[in-house]
Design a protein around this ligand. Sequence first.
Ligand SMILES: Cc1ncc(COP(=O)(O)O)c(C=O)c1O
Length: 474
Amino acid sequence: MDNLELLSSKNKEYFSKELKRVTDALIDWKVDSSQVHVPQNEDDFISIEDIPKEGNLLHDSVNKIMQTLNKNINFSSKKFMGFPDSGNSMAGLLAAIVEVFLQQNLINKEICSPFGTRVEANVISWLRQIVGYSYVQQVTDVTQLGGAVTTGGVMSNTYALMAAKKKYPQKNIVILPDNIGHYSLSYATEWLNLGVKVIYCKTVNYRLSISHLEKLLKKYNQKILFIGVYACDSMTSTCENLKDIYESVKHANLDLWLHCDACHGFVLGFSEKYKNKIEYLKYFDSCTMDPHKVLRLPYTLSVVLMKDANDFSRLSRGNSLIMDDPLSFGKTTPFIGSKSYDSLKLWMVINTLGTKKIGKMVNKRISNAQCFYQLLSEDEMFSVDNNEILFSVIFQYLPSKNMTVQEKNLLNRKIYKVMSEEGKYYFHGFEINVDGVKKFVLRYNSGNLAIQEEDLKMAKDYIKKLGNKIYEGR
Ligand SMILES: Cc1ncc(COP(=O)(O)O)c(C=O)c1O
């Protein structure tokens, strides 16, 4: 039997050569900012290929993958302007490679990840410090960490809801913001079959209406299980006024779970200039954070933290097969069995940059978004639909003053569709209620710090040119 493709001392030079070939091609692909992806003239169905029976040499499989690189979306391209997740941190990428090779399973410390467990415990404690939660200096049981590394913000939010229901099993009202919420918090109530009702609180300028919140607090009173808000929502990156929310709830004198989805906004805590925006996070019962979105490291890495570690420990389960050891993460991570060593990516990023430089990078992201906001605001052919700019700018291209709301939405939808097919640029696109009007907007998010003012100007020109072409040819 040959070609078993198992790494050994005999084939390590061959493997090393293939690996270098792959990483060189991937690096070239990542730094190529000529487009986001090649135009995809594909059917809207997926054809399933015949299962390979004979197999190929590794070298040939590598060639096959390399021929398809441009079919992938290059999140690191300077023309990819829609999402924060740029995945171009050198430290993050390198750690991702190390993680794969090390093959540690963080379900269990003693058997599968003696050192990785230490790294993950450190990373969780570092993030506790960033948001102002207390932390223990010497961990003898992982529940003391009061949080866990999960696969993404959806899972992290789900953990927060689970812990809330465990604490208050009799309560059944969940209050979430209307218009700006991420689906995870509302869907998690269904996935978990919590038997709760979601009530949507009105929002004004992408923040909770405090007067409506106060009405809901009065109306549902002791029945309220959970209130979820956003430190930088998914659509506009508006940071909730956490102080007002906290004080309204405190004033109502209710025992309930206050949660902040800070998947985007936790990074403000690194910045001397902006950390005051999340100062009140430290009073929230839980918060979630997505380094894979906003610290440029490759997918996936999310963290959920709880202010009181006892709240978190209610999620803990033991099992003699694999996780009877107090320092095994498996017992604190519901839904996850085998657990990858993703925390290494964040450890490496923080270790390489340090919190000060990360803070400066946060400031730069904000100034890039403000620069784009300025460019659009100065041009009467654009309407900008948010004005407290942190990371996102939502906008419409409007070539004529005499367009109905419907015409504006249709044109911007078409711009989005053609742009996504062409692959030259990418801005996100979605529907949102702006001052009572349902709009389809395009969205810039300043995730990729390699993008300069020149790139932003070119992107704006691209939207104008494409928008005009579509408008003229309507
Ligand atoms: C505010 C917010 N929370 C949660 C999520 C879900 O995160 P993930 O995709 O990492 O599961 C997102 C994703 O966009 C988000 O924007």
